[in-house]
Structure formats: C-alpha cells, structure tokens
Design a protein around this ligand. Structure first.
Ligand code: ATP
Ligand code: MG
Length: 398
C-alpha cells in the first residue's frame, strides 16, 4: 500500500510549517504511521513540533516521526560529479572559485534534491502517511515542472549527446579548450533525471498524493495561490484542499472590525476561485502556534469536518491543452447549469462567468498573447478556446 502523501506549499510566512506539523500530528493520532518531512532549506519544523530533528527520521511522538532533510548532503549525493565538471569549466573561464561553486547549483536545486528523499520513503513501506513541508511556492513550482524537462532530456538529448560526445571527445580535447563532461557525469545526470521522473510519478498519483495550498486572507497572498493552483492543475497535480490561515474571529473587537470585513470579502474570492476544492479555515489565535498543544488546537479547527489524511477532493478542476495555433482550457463548473457564458481577459487574468458564477483564473504566461475566441458549456465543463491572435484586437466573446 502506497503511503498517503500530502504536500503543503504557499507564500512565505503564511503558516505552511504549522499546518503541515498539525496535519501530521492529526494523522498519527488517527492511527497512521506518519512522517512529516521538511524540504524547505530554511527548516523550522523542529521549533514547530518542539522536537530536535535531523536529516533522518526522528521519533517525535507516538506513531509520529519528523525529518529535516539536509540539502547539502543530498546535493553531494546527486550532483557532486556534475558540480565538479561545471566548476572546472567556470574556473577555466576565469570565474573565481567561490562564484563558480555557487553557479554550479541552480536556484531551487537544493530543495529538489531534498524532495527526492520522498522516493525512498515511498518504497520503504514504513509509512502510512507522509506530510511534506515545502519551501515557498515559487521554488516548489519550478521543481514540480522540472521532471517534464528531465523526461525530455532523457528521451531526446541523451541518446544523441552520448554518441556525439563519443565521436567528438578526442577532437574537442585537442582543438577546443573545453573539458567535455565525462561519461560519469552523464551517468549522474541520467540517474538524477530518472529519480526526478520517479518522484514526479509519486506526486502525480492522485489517489495517494495531493497538494494543499496554504494562504492568509490577504489579496496578494490569494493572488499567488490562485496562480499556483492553475499551474498545479496544468501539470496534473491534484490540489485537494486550500487552507486559509489566520482569519480574524468574529469577536475581534472594533479596532480590527474593518480588517475583518475585508477578510470576509477575500474569503469569498477564495471560495469562488478554488471552487469546488474544499476551503479549510483557521483563526488568528491569541498566541503563536508552537508545540504539540497549539498544533492540536489548530488541527481540531482545520479538520473539524474532514479526515486529515483523506483525499478531500478528487478531480483536477482545470486542464489546458496547448495546440499549435492556440489552446483549449477546460474548467469544471459542476454546480452551474447551462446559461450565459461571459469571458473577459485582462492581461493574464481570465474572468469567466457562467450561470451567475464568476471565476477568475490566472493564466500561464504562455497564453499572454492568445485571445479567448469561443466557449461552450456541457456536462458541467466549460471549454474555452484561445486563438493565436497576437495583436489582441479580436474581441473576447462566448
Ligand atoms: N493561525 C495562527 N494564529 C497565530 N499564529 C500563527 C497561526 N499560524 C501560524 N502562526 C505563527 O506564524 C508564524 C509563521 O508560521 P509558519 O512558520 O508555520 O509559516 P511558514 O509558511 O512555514 O513560514 P516560512 O515560509 O517562513 O516557512 C509562526 O510563528 C507561527 O507560530
Ligand atoms: Mg515554514
């Protein structure tokens, strides 16, 4: 049986670590052997759980283990061969050693290697549930799209590259002053790419693995979460819940009453933007959420009506197919009946209205130049066709 895997991500400081830690505690309390693992290079899981963790799973409570992956170790394990070769290349080009070392590790790479740990945990059979506390969204997204790139390299580039290199090596060594990567470096990259693909398959197994987006009821934070949601859908990752953390309670007092009203409006936006994905809310507590007692308080509110380890929503809500001259976006609107469809595109925002429901979707930059050309609504699915009109002059319409 594959472990249930729940990945929490969201903008910096919104409460990812607290929510991941409290979910893990709740899963363990429900009888599951649970591992909560932090892949954010700036770990804070130890402080949250009030248990000193390290690079390997450490017992944190009954049926609960925690791990803060050591990115440096993972990097050495997966990347040192490539790093050495790239480093030599940069130094030969006159880059100083320290800069060369930094250049050989693309940004976000450390978290990627940390995530690879998931694979071994999946295969071990030791866990019923794995809860992942990720770095802020930007990084995580890049990582999730990376395996597709890796697959492309494996299928298209490696077979060719190897042959060319074998033929060119003696020539390159004598004529050019570039050290070509050795077969060992290629083997490293290939192994890494295969690991990435395997990890990707784990995360795209929608029966077991889901992503949960954590946010606060603030406009900018919600905007970023909506963009992330679109990307996750497009890459085929299932978002089964969104968590709105730090909502002012109704008895917040006069001083914050204005804030509370604004938060109410923002909560409406969250519900419409992520519908039909369940929205779990937690209040702004009167103290920090640190340690078992506060974590359990957070979990009891968040999961008052849901099983923490359940897949809380089973379908992707958006699908984007990019065609040669345009694109098709499919959107689940299960509660809408047939009605008037209105479409409006402002920059990268697509505002869709069907049967009184309005949805704002953040489109990926690849669609910036395209214009919505037609829309149909059938069997609870809205289909929007985009065409390649590059001047943006053609009117959007249903
Ligand atoms: N509902 C809440 N009420 C009050 N305080 C909270 C709540 N949720 C989280 N906090 C506090 O807010 C701070 C940030 O939370 P947390 O570390 O979980 O966020 P994060 O998203 O993991 O941050 P980072 O992006 O830095 O990793 C912590 O001090 C935590 O105790
Ligand atoms: Mg954190």
């Amino acid at each position: 049986m594959r472990p249930r895997t729940i990945v929490y991500t969201g903008k910096g400081g919104v409460g990812k670590t607290s929510v991941a830690a409290c979910t893990a505690r709740a899963c363990a309390a429900s009888g599951l052997r649970t591992l909560v693992i932090s892949t954010d290079p700036a770990h804070s899981l130890s402080e949250s759980l009030e248990v000193e963790l390290c690079g390997e799973p450490t017992a944190a409570d009954e049926r609960l283990w925690g791990q803060e992956v050591n990115a440096q170790e993972e990097m050495e394990r997966h990347w040192s061969g490539v790093q050495e070769w790239l480093g030599d290349l940069f130094i030969e080009r006159g880059v100083d050693r320290i800069s060369a070392e930094e250049l050989t590790v693309p940004p976000g790479m450390d978290e990627l290697f940390s995530l690879l740990r998931l694979q071994a945990h999946h295969d071990s059979g030791e866990w019923d549930a794995i809860v992942v506390d990720c770095a802020p969204t930007g990084e995580t997204l890049r990582l999730l799209s990376f395996p597709d790139v890796a697959r492309w390299w494996i299928e298209k580039v490696f077979p060719l590259e190897r042959q060319i290199l074998a033929a060119a090596r003696p020539l390159a060594r004598s004529l050019l002053d570039i050290p070509l990567p050795s077969q060992a470096v290629f083997a490293d990259i290939q192994r890494l790419s295969r690991n990435l693909i395997a990890m990707n398959e784990i995360l795209r197994d929608r029966e077991h693995s889901t992503i949960r987006l954590v946010m606060n009821p603030d406009k900018m934070v919600i905007g970023e979460a909506m963009r992330t949601f679109t990307y996750l859908n497009l890459y085929g990752y299932l978002t089964d819940a969104v968590v709105v953390n730090r909502v002012f309670p109704s008895d917040v007092g006069d001083y914050f009453a204005g804030w509370r009203r604004v938060q109410e409006e923002h909560l409406e936006l969250v519900r419409s933007a992520f519908s039909p994905v369940p929205v779990l809310c937690a209040p702004y507590f009167d103290q920090e959420v640190v340690g078992p007692e506060m974590l359990d308080r957070l979990a009891s509110v968040l999961f008052a009506e849901h099983e923490p380890s359940a897949v809380l929503h089973g379908d992707l809500t958006q699908e984007l197919v990019v065609l040669e001259h345009g694109a098709v976006l499919r959107l689940a609107l299960p509660f809408a009946r047939k009605g008037d469809i209105s479409l409006k595109k402002i920059g990268l925002e697509l505002i869709v209205g069907v049967d009184g429901q309005r949805r704002t979707i953040m489109l990926p930059p690849a669609l910036a130049a395209l214009q919505p050309a037609a829309a149909t609504f059938e069997d609870g699915t809205l289909e929007v066709r985009f065409n390649g009109a590059r001047d943006g002059a053609r009117a959007a319409g249903a």
